[in-house]
Design a protein around this ligand. Structure first.
Ligand code: DX5
Ligand code: ZN
Length: 221
């Protein structure tokens, strides 16, 4: 199974966002992950469609937009117009998930569903036929730099089984606390997209170094 790396720009230096995104692409990043937070679904406030547009101008990699916002259905067209390729909403924020996923597809994007730590894998059982991306939160959403929650590993395994049983091509991403010490565990459990912020963007090392270290840890596993 090919494992892809999605650098999360939440940890990037925003004074030179374009350069950092371009460096992530040049260093072998596969997707650019953009964390949208509204101060309501999660305590933090981050970025919106303007930043997605700016990232769009800096890379040809797919833009993976993670909406940690209430009523995500209100903003799908805005993020699609800004250049998103994949839009992921939280199941906990989406009482009409079926309709929301239809809207994401109608906007021309791949449709993702994110699960908070307490949300069971089975909550997706009736919607698997519409999902292109599952994003398992391995921290509580809202902030970069938190510690990986190992208790989520069984859920990753369950979701991998559900994906195989569905017979569909569905990406299984993990988000939060992904670094050289955790990549092997999540990949062994079945994840194939690794979202990583602070292990890639840091003042201490280059983006290239961060991505290479993750790749090296994957090979060792
Ligand atoms: C957290 C965000 C993540 C964040 C991960 O709510 O969804 O994408 O950037 O950051 P790290 O990799 O530092 O845990
Ligand atoms: Zn994210």
């Amino acid at each position: 199974m090919a494992v892809r790396i999605a650098p999360s720009i939440l940890a990037a230096d925003f004074t030179r966002l374009g350069e950092q995104v371009a460096e992530a692409e040049a260093s072998g990043g596969d997707l650019i992950h953009i964390d949208v937070m509204d101060g309501r679904f999660v305590p933090n406030i981050t970025m919106g469609p303007l930043v997605v547009e700016a990232a769009r101008r800096s890379t040809s990699l797919p833009l993976d937009v993670h909406l940690m916002i209430v009523e995500p259905e209100r903003y799908i067209a805005d993020f699609a117009d800004a250049g998103a390729d994949r839009i992921t909403v939280h199941i906990e924020a989406s009482p009409n998930l079926h309709r929301t996923l239809q809207s994401i597809h109608a906007a021309g994007c791949a449709a993702g569903v994110a699960l908070n730590p307490h949300t069971p894998a089975a909550s997706l059982s009736e919607i698997m036929h519409m999902v292109d991306v599952i994003l398992v939160m391995t921290v509580n959403p809202g902030f970069g730099g938190q510690s990986f929650l190992a208790e989520i590993l069984p859920k990753i395994r369950q979701l991998r089984t559900m994906i195989v049983d569905s017979g569909r091509q569905i990406d299984l991403g993990v988000d939060g606390g992904i670094d050289t010490t955790t990549v092997q565990q999540v990949v062994a459990a079945g994840a194939d997209v690794l979202v990583a912020g602070s292990s890639i963007f840091s003042k201490q090392f280059s983006v290239q170094h961060g991505i290479q270290q993750l790749q090296a840890a994957l090979i060792k596993g």
